[in-house]
Design a protein around this ligand. Structure first.
Ligand code: NAD
Length: 476
């Protein structure tokens, strides 16, 4: 098992770094072999991984980990294995007349050593997804998973230690409260690329640490993803999809709809439709193994404090509790709709990351768009309705990391759509070829021809230069 002490983290990095500079060419066969080892790791240990996640959460179904962690990785692996020969090929580019008969292409090369820092909410997918992407691009990888999922992190470390040499892939883990110290040391290493998934607040710290080494980063962050209900929307159809997107993993999903924008006067209809939708998905909440628990007591207390502060400020809370028998200490929290939240309350400003859904009414679509644009750019945006003109107005006038129309979450599952944030929700995207390119160097190469007449532009400048330039100007 690869669980090095802090002092050995640097030594592991040095080993990977040295190997990456010696073995600069990473052929297709080796990349495929590394990916197939990851496939075997996931296939052979899928139940153990899902059980570890369940242990870390207290309540979280094995099925949720199968679909949201393991299935995502399986599709990523299969798409990557199929596409890799094409992605690795040099990409020929056309050459402008003034440089002909030279030829040019883009050579796709490994960057070297990629650091991956991952969060707890989908602890397998968000750790191994970037690792798979980095391996496909021919890199070596160091992974630092979250301290909040110790069983999952320890299992991944053990399995990776068995499947890979430490100079190929390794895992470094903290020990509880010491993790921040390790995380700080880890993100200060001069990686060739640092891939961070986590909160916007920590993303700022990580970006600064990486900047000191001029290490490029991919930041997959969070934020408040709006969900717009258009006047043309069928409320029942929208409600089931919103309830599913919001309550998957009890709202602990980076692209969960964070708040609802809906036409003024539709609040009661929405409350009713969501209540019915929740009852369909979760006939009980307490004790229901399909309804995930909040990850820790600290996170649970934070959500309760946000609710209490909103209520103190005049908000009306509607708890959607379908009942059930609570499991002692399980931290399962029923969904809560929040109406009339005071504009300055945390619920309307901080990412919620739990089963709380504030409802913000609007008079006109312009008002809804202005509301979104007055805030940091979101990771995801959802729109429900049938009016194409208002849909297109929202799509044209808002900027977000990604969008799903008439559903929630689904854009993340499309293998040919890059996934990432914009502005405060992050930068850089991955999944599919976008991820391969993010973690590759696309080296532009120009091959000069022996017939080239570059000498026509050499000094001393004179009549010949003027004639050639005069001719060329006609072709640009
Ligand atoms: P977090 O930012 O608290 O932690 C993420 C990782 O950063 C963990 O491994 C943690 O140990 C490490 N870390 C913590 N402090 C650090 C420091 N000072 N320096 C370096 N590393 C540090 O996030 P979290 O609570 O684990 O996850 C929830 C957040 O992640 C939410 O904001 C959510 O929206 C976001 N998220 C984003 C995506 C995405 O793809 N965009 C996916 C999942 C989660």
């Amino acid at each position: 098992m690869t669980t090095p002490s802090h002092s050995s983290t640097r030594a592991l990095f040095d080993t990977q770094h040295k190997a990456s500079r010696v073995h600069t060419v990473v052929p297709l066969a080796l990349r495929r072999d590394r990916l197939l080892r990851m496939k075997a790791l996931i296939d052979d240990h899928s139940t153990a991984l899902a059980q570890a996640v369940q242990k870390d959460f207290g309540v979280r179904s094995l099925q949720l980990t199968e679909i949201a962690d393991l299935f995502v990785l399986r599709t990523l692996l299969s798409h990557t294995l199929k596409s890799l020969p094409k992605w690795m090929k040099p990409q020929k580019v056309s050459t402008p007349l003034y440089l002909q008969p030279a030829s040019a292409y883009l050579q796709r090369q490994p960057l070297g050593v990629v650091g991956v820092v991952s969060p707890w909410n989908y602890p397998v997918q968000l750790a191994l997804g970037p690792v798979i992407t980095a391996l496909a691009a021919g890199n070596r990888v160091m992974l630092k998973p979250s301290e909040l999922t110790p069983h999952t992190s320890a299992l991944m470390a053990g399995l990776i230690g068995q499947a890979y040499a430490p100079d190929e892939v390794c895992v470094v883990q903290g020990r509880g409260e010491n993790d921040i110290e390790l995380a700080t040391e880890f993100t200060s290493l001069p990686f060739d690329h640092l891939f961070f998934t986590g909160s916007t607040a920590v993303g700022r710290i990580v970006a600064k640490a990486a900047a000191a080494n001029l290490t490029p980063t991919t930041l997959e962050l969070g934020g408040k993803s709006p969900c717009i209900i258009d006047a043309s929307c069928n409320m029942e159809e929208a409600a089931i999809k919103i309830a599913h997107g919001k309550l998957l993993n009890a709202g602990q999903t980076c692209i969960a709809p964070d708040y609802i924008l809906l036409p003024k006067g539709k609040e009661a209809a929405f409350g009713h439709a969501i209540t019915q939708a929740v009852a369909r998905l979760f006939p009980t909440i307490a004790g229901n193994p399909d309804y995930a628990a909040i990850i820790s007591q600290r996170h649970h207390a934070r959500l309760q404090a946000m609710l209490a502060a909103a209520e103190d400020g005049g908000a009306r809370l509607q708890t959607v509790n379908t009942g059930g028998v609570a499991v002692e200490g399980s931290r399962q929290m029923p969904p809560v709709l929040v109406f009339d939240a005071p504009p300055d309350c945390k619920l309307l400003h901080e990412e919620i990351f739990g089963p709380i859904l504030p409802v913000v009414p609007y008079d006109t679509l312009n008002q809804a768009i202005d509301y979104i644009n007055a805030r940091p750019r979101p990771l995801a945006l959802y729109w429900f309705g049938t009016n194409i003109a208002s849909r297109d107005a929202v799509l044209a006038r808002t900027v977000s990391g990604g969008v799903t129309v008439n559903d929630t979450l689904m854009h993340i599952a499309h293998k040919n759509l890059p996934f990432g944030g914009v502005g405060e929700s992050g930068w850089g995207s991955y999944h599919g070829e976008a991820g391969f390119l993010r973690l590759s160097q696309q080296k532009p190469v120009l091959v000069q021809s022996k017939w080239a007449r570059g000498d026509l532009f050499y000094p001393p400048y004179g009549k010949r230069f003027e004639q050639v330039m005069g001719l060329l100007r006609q072709f640009v």
